[in-house]
Design a protein around this ligand. Structure first.
Ligand code: NAP
Ligand code: MG
Length: 462
């Protein structure tokens, strides 16, 4: 695969300060497909300086002009969508149709939404005898994970640019090629030099240097709770703005009046897409005791049908981790009804679509984020019991509720401690705020709420 051997800083590809590189591995066959430079503090510093130097002019660029540049970026993402999908498939392992529809498709929607929002947002408001201005926070340090490699970049960079901020991105070490493609797209879109900068590298080196840099005004992080906690502490000590999009253990609540077959089928597909590597996946399926056995049979059948259509996990570490969780589920007394801990293929980091029945709410597999193709079916006695189980983890990112009518589902959803709930299979909305309650994070991404994260207010009194 094509790779740049430098960093994209101040509008050009520049050699890295050091000689270290990161191998990029295709998780489907374990072959090294490229090498990218492993940046360090010096590279981060150069990128932050470029972002700071570009800030005054970009912040002063009229919103309509910023909108036009973001629209141009969207157009490049459309023109290069096949290349994007192939790159994501090569370094993440997602099956090509999923990469085309989701990994390449969703960023186009999100970039398009920010082209529109940049043009229409009220950056100025009259409040009594005051005028309130929404001004860019400044230089953004964006740190992204590998599971939706382009979406997570666009969900930070597009609103930051719409707000008038400049950005330094440190993408995940597993998926740097998608990030390099994005940098090319920024360049092609005519976004001025220094407004967006890319430093590839390792989290504890380049990521930490970026989070700690004095020249960064806001850190936006998506990834594990452990690293998020650390970044939040660093940002707190420096009185720096921070947005954290962390893990989840979301509940798919099937009320007795629901269409059971549909709710189970969509629920299994929701987890298996992207091999379970989705922070908002509904990994706990909550079923009324009267329908439990039927739901178990349906779930096992749906998972078995998934079979070979599932991609591998991203790397050897995640492969070992997920298989470890499956073994732990068995050891704690859950019943395997599909899949299991054995690797289904000799090569590649594959795990079979796995379904556990007889899972109790306190089991490890019902509490911790597995980040693999594993669904736990949990039995409830009545609605209050279902609510207690749904809310009974440290997380609160997403969820689903199924019922005979939307009103019944909405009444339940309003009692859930979570940031996003799909009602009876509701569709993805790129304008809906996305983010967590409880330990799932701080702040929101997408739509106008996502834009507001990158703005600070100034009021003038007359
Ligand atoms: P991670 O380590 O939190 O990685 C997320 C990003 O943070 C990556 O760019 C990473 O760089 C960087 N990073 C790591 N340590 C850092 C540090 N000390 N300072 C600054 N940045 C740092 O997550 P992971 O190791 O890829 O995955 C572990 C688990 O996190 C998963 O099993 C899953 O449970 C969870 N996860 C959640 C999401 C989500 O969307 N909420 C996404 C991915 C993973 P490197 O790539 O070099 O590590
Ligand atoms: Mg990591």
């Amino acid at each position: 695969m094509k790779a740049h051997d430098g960093m994209y800083i101040d509008g050009a590809w520049r050699p890295a300060a050091g000689r270290d590189t990161i191998p990029v591995v295709n998780p489907a066959d374990e072959q090294v497909i490229a090498e990218v430079p492993a940046g360090g503090a010096e590279d981060v510093d150069a990128a932050v300086r470029a972002a700071r130097a570009a800030l005054p002019a970009w912040a002063a660029t009229p919103p309509a002009e910023r909108a036009a540049r973001i629209a141009a970026l969207r157009d490049v993402l459309v023109a290069r969508k096949d290349e994007i999908a192939e790159t994501v498939t090569a370094e993440l392992g997602a099956p090509l149709p999923f990469s085309q529809a989701v990994h390449a498709g969703v960023p186009v929607l999100v970039a398009g939404s920010y082209a529109e929002l940049a043009a229409s947002y009220a950056f100025e408001e009259k409040v009594g005898n005051s005028t309130v201005y929404a001004e860019p926070v400044g230089v953004v340090g964006a740190i992204t994970p590998w599971n939706y490699p382009l979406h997570q970049i666009v969900a930070k960079v597009a609103p930051a640019l719409a707000a008038g901020c400049t950005v330094v991105l440190k993408p995940a070490e597993d998926t740097p090629l998608t990030a390099q493609l994005f940098a090319e797209a920024v360049h092609e879109a005519g976004i001025p030099a220094g407004v967006f900068n890319l430093v590839t590298g390792l989290g504890p080196v380049a990521g930490q240097a970026l989070a700690e840099h004095d020249g960064v005004d806001l850190v936006s992080f998506t990834g594990s709770t452990a690293v998020g906690r650390q970044i939040g502490a660093t940002a707190g000590a420096a009185v720096k703005r921070v947005a954290l999009e962390l893990g989840g253990k979301s509940a798919n609540v099937i009320l007795p009046s629901a269409d059971l077959a549909k709710a189970v089928g969509v629920g299994i597909a929701n987890v298996m897409g992207n091999s379970g590597q989705t922070c908002s996946a509904w990994t706990r399926m909550l079923v009324h005791t009267s329908q439990y056995d039927e739901a178990v049979a349906l779930a096992a059948e749906a998972a078995a049908k998934y079979g070979d259509r599932i991609g591998p996990l991203v790397n050897a570490k995640q492969h070992a981790r997920v298989r470890g969780y499956i073994e732990q589920g068995v050891a704690e007394g859950a019943r395997l009804v599909a899949g299991g801990p054995e690797a289904p293929r000799e090569q590649g980091y594959f795990v079979s679509p796995t379904v556990f029945a007889d899972v109790t709410p306190e089991m490890t597999i019902a509490q911790e984020e597995i980040f693999g193709p594993v669904v736990s079916l949990i039995r409830y006695e009545d609605e209050d019991d279902a609510l207690r189980i749904a809310n009974g983890t440290v997380y609160g990112l997403a969820g689903a509720v199924w019922a005979g009518d939307d009103a019944e589902a909405v009444a339940f959803a309003r009692r859930m401690d979570t940031g996003q709930v799909d009602i009876n299979g509701g569709r993805f909305n790129p304008l809906a705020p996305f983010g967590g309650y409880k330990q799932s994070g701080v702040g929101r991404e997408l739509g106008s709420h996502g834009l507001a994260e990158y703005l600070q207010t100034k009021s003038l009194q007359f």
